[in-house]
Design a protein around this ligand. Sequence first.
Ligand code: GBH
Length: 451
Amino acid sequence: MKISLPQDSRLMSEHFIYGVATASFQIEGSAASRLPCIWDTFCATPGKIRDGSNGDSACEHIDRWQQDVELIAALGVDAYRLSVSWGRVLHRDGSINIQGAQFYIDLLDELKRRNIKAFVTLYHWDLPQHIEDKGGWLNRETPYLFRDYADKISRLFGDRVYSYATLNEPFCSSYLGYETGIHAPGLAKKAYGRQAAHHLLLAHGLAMQVLQNNSPHSLNGIVLNFTPCYPQSADDADITAAKVADDYFNQWYIKPILDGAYPVLLETLDSQDRPVILDGDMDIIARPLDFLGVNFYTRAVYRHCPQQGFEQVPQSAAPKTDIGWEIYPQAFSELLIKLNDTYELPPIYITENGAAMADKCVDGRVDDPDRLAYYQSHLNAVHTAVEQGVNVKGYFAWSLMDNFEWAEGYLKRFGIVYVDYPSQTRTIKASGLAYRDLICSRRASSHHNNK
Ligand code: GBH
């Protein structure tokens, strides 16, 4: 089984960047050598993580990183997207933790030596607990602490980094963390979700400013997730419901950055749910990006509902991944095309796309045809969008390897590499081999063109 794309596709050019992605809390382990974060606390709260697990050891990446870099190199990728654990590189007082910082410096040096571009995300959800104890993303001081962290890290890493993303998916941090409580810190109030979102966006803007100063040659931007919203029927009420949901879950995070304003939905919120926005905030948030990272997994269907205005309609008959998310690749092309029509976009990198499947390792092999098919259909969808004029420059598979899947613990496997947790053995899945073959089958034609 293989993954293939039209030979003349931009995705088959050697300039198109292919990568694999991970995040600190999900793979690192070695929790004792960093500050506690909100996910440690959340994992220790009974009932929050489906299998009762935590991130104490995860994939033991801190101890096994050299082997993991071998694996990344064996996949033939151009780039590796990782995140930095704030509480591993800074002490409580904000000074640098030399040992923790050295881990990333060694890793980045090794990637550089192997010609693998480093895409570094500064915040993939692991807020130090002592900052949460002072209100976390509800406290207006947190964005300024984040700016200081971004400043220290970008000075320290110097020219080892090809691209910095300030935040991964502020939707998840704010909505899942502070509005529904499905993620850490587990708070559940609409007003909290909206205020956390604003402070995260402010943190992004403040950090962009220091990144552009300290690291003007890296691609600096942000990673947002999108779950496109479709109406259940052609009725006006359902169309409006889907539009409101889209503004609430998707446009809320991109429009302030690219247009300097929240969706008009802001004005329809009850006054106690509206975030405090100070003069000048929107200008800070709207600093120009070098790139926009887009994460895509699935779509959602909505219908009108009198109470909240919209409600999600389960797609019971639709094909799904092992985590229950509908497989609907068409939404991926439609999303990219629509974003391109709506906004003045910077270059786009697909910073995450992938599927959870119920994998089994048998005789040292993992056959995952459904994941392979997911990659095939979603890469086709990116190709379609590129054909329509969307400027997509790279694609990262989520994830390099199976890891701690947040509220699902270790029960859901997203890797293109299988991890047997008891032995910590890594095995490249059939989808990983196909991804490698796709990457190395790209044409080197542009050499001829530029002679
Ligand atoms: C990403 O989040 C994370 O960045 C990454 O750390 C994580 O491991 C990975 O995805 C896999 O979860 O219930 O059908 O409406 C993605 C988060 C996924 C949140 C889709 C919204 C909607 C699914 N998004 N989800 S549905």
